[in-house]
Design a protein around this ligand. Sequence first.
Ligand SMILES: [Zn+2]
Length: 70
Amino acid sequence: MSGKVKLKRFGCVNCGSHFEVHPPDDLHTTASRIEKECEQSVKMDYECKSCGKINTIHWCRRSRYPDWYA
Ligand SMILES: [Zn+2]
């Protein structure tokens, strides 16, 4: 619960396999599939290990939402 690295778990949009994503830095710690949920975000692509599908995750800058927002 108190680790510095906050892993997020997403399901592959193609096959449903779960994969873990890591925040790119300390400022962008809220992950979303929807870019418009963020005022500023870092786009990162993750390749599913099961099917090779690229899953795009947007990391939101932590300014408007507290940590518990997910
Ligand atoms: Zn997949």
